[in-house]
Design a protein. Sequence first.
Length: 501
Amino acid sequence: MTKITMDTIVNLAKNRWFVYAWSEIYGWLANAWDYGPYWSLLKENIKNLWIKEFVQKKTDMMLLDAAILMNPNVWVASGHVWGFSDPLIDCKSCKKRHRADKLIEEKFSSLGWWEVNWIISHINDNYNETQDYLNQLTKEANKIINWDFEEFKNIYKKNIINKEWNERIKSFCDLFIPCPDCSSCNWWEIQNFNLMFKTHQWVTDDSGTEIYLRPETAQGIFVNFQNVVRTSRRKLPFWVAQVGKSFRNEITPWNFIFRTREFEQMEIEYFCVPWTEKETHQRWNKDCENFLVNVLWIEKKNLRFREHDPEELSHYSNGTYDIEYKYPFGWGELRGVASRTDFDLKAHMSHSKQDMSYFDPVNNRKFIPYVVEPAVWLTRLLLATLIDAYSVDETGRAYLKFAPKVAPIKIWVLPVVKKIWDLAKEVYAQLAEDFVCEYDEVWTIGKRYARFDEIWTPFCVTVDSQNYEEWKVTVRFRDSMEQEVVELKNLNKYIRNMMEQ
């Protein structure tokens, strides 16, 4: 089996109309991408399949589209203004900027977060003891389970406002972490770098109100809770879903579109009676896995569940599960299901002085609902789908084995020879009523087949004059390369049936 690297995926994406470097004619903007014709369709297909699976098919689900720009007090109440930060550290020698937690992760990737946490906690207390402990851990590194960067980040964030903790992190870097660019251990003090993009409302920067581009879509659902209850007349439990852009001013975006500053999220908030969320939490793990495996055709062996340890849980959560995907660079989060308790509604109720409670007419009582949140980055889902679809057969033929429902171009219409283009265009017009199609008459038919295999097209419809005189065309299948002659009058129905298999 051919090993897939991130370079393979990135080169494929650039060469096959998937992505373009953002603002490329002006020198590009680092880690920002424009989605090309094919990937735009792929992204919309995944989004629409998600909406169909989790909104259309569920009787208690509603779809919301909240604004990107919101009252800044929303982010004060949610804790993003003060707590949504990463540790930024600058090298004094080469002036390059890095994330302190990322540097530590790369330096001690085999240590558990508890070992790193202990080292940092004691770094200024007893240098010799700390150095001995570090040496011992380094020798035993292969015997210690891998630690997770997200775990360390959560531990750090619990101490983000602690100046002493920042000083210990800085001392740790001065002693043990060389700069990746110049190899010196000479760092400035750590700054807590807020990840929200800021802008200003009104005319000038100094006269307007400071507002933020939203870093997540969830808060738009929470602040509209009472509006949804009032206008939908739904009774608990119910779900509210949203798909939309979010923005995070990441210090070090990385791995193509895995972590970018602009991305799309697909989030659902399940509002329920307190202490009934655990059963729903478990059920959604199965629903999410079913969508990934049976709808998007992601291999189950490339997925794993990981339950967060109590120490790494977010401040609002009493239980979180991640579904991780085996990317070429290692296991990474694909989607998460978090039990958020009543934290968000209580926070907005406290800051806004508006009643965010729910009245249960059956039991005649009032309470703040609990919330379960299944969430996924659409861009990460897009990346995982592309990686998982990349296939090489025994002949060395490379192609993308997308599920027909996912494939952006369902059918390529190909005249065997260019002179019968008018006949082929009639077939194209018929198919285009129901499917996204492409037409091509350049090169030999064999070269065109090879190109469309690589670009992921599940079906090619070939038009030749002899078959067309009998009102027939030839359908070729991407995966098996087999062909079948189909009557033109039944062609759309035939393709539709094949897509459902």
